[in-house]
Design a protein around this ligand. Structure first.
Ligand SMILES: [Zn+2]
Length: 155
């Protein structure tokens, strides 16, 4: 199968927690799995479980094979106890780095954050980002959270 775009796939629920995941291509899954598990990842289409409390990171469309966070080389930023929490996996910029740029350095946009933190330099998101997509959306989410914090004065 060549297409693994969101529109082409029916979203299957996570075999462990039952929540619906997001589509991820096999090339990304194989790149991020620990070497011992790579041979098991033969499919071209996977889903990522987006539930922060669930141990499953990737699962196959038929639910037969799944990989937990202990079987992945990098911590998954939104999963509980992830450390470090990378917002940008290509440049190893953490959620905390982005938050600091917003709260203490006055960054207001993704491009300002990128300039201050070095995020999204030499981007190879297809392989490095666990979702196989650009980290732009994650950085924007952290900026939004930072704005919310600035507004409430809670830091
Ligand atoms: Zn799950």
């Amino acid at each position: 199968m060549k297409i693994f775009g969101q529109a082409a796939l029916k979203i299957e629920p996570c075999p462990l927690c039952g929540k619906s995941g997001r589509p991820v291509g096999g090339i990304t899954v194989r790149h991020l799995l620990l070497e011992a598990y790579r041979e098991e990842a033969t499919s071209e289409a996977y889903f990522m479980c987006m539930n922060e409390d669930c141990d499953v990171v990737y699962y196959e469309t038929d639910g037969a094979t799944s990989f937990t966070k202990q079987e992945i080389e990098v911590p998954i930023w939104f999963k509980r106890d992830a450390n470090p929490r990378y917002a940008c996996y290509c440049s190893h910029v953490t959620v905390e780095d982005v938050m600091d740029a917003v709260i203490h350095q006055g960054a207001r946009t993704v491009s300002e954050v990128n300039r201050l933190t070095g995020a999204m330099k030499n981007a190879n998101c297809k392989l490095n980002n666990p979702l196989g997509v650009c980290c732009h959306g994650v950085i924007q989410d952290v900026i939004d959270q930072g704005f919310a914090r600035l507004k409430t004065g809670a830091e």
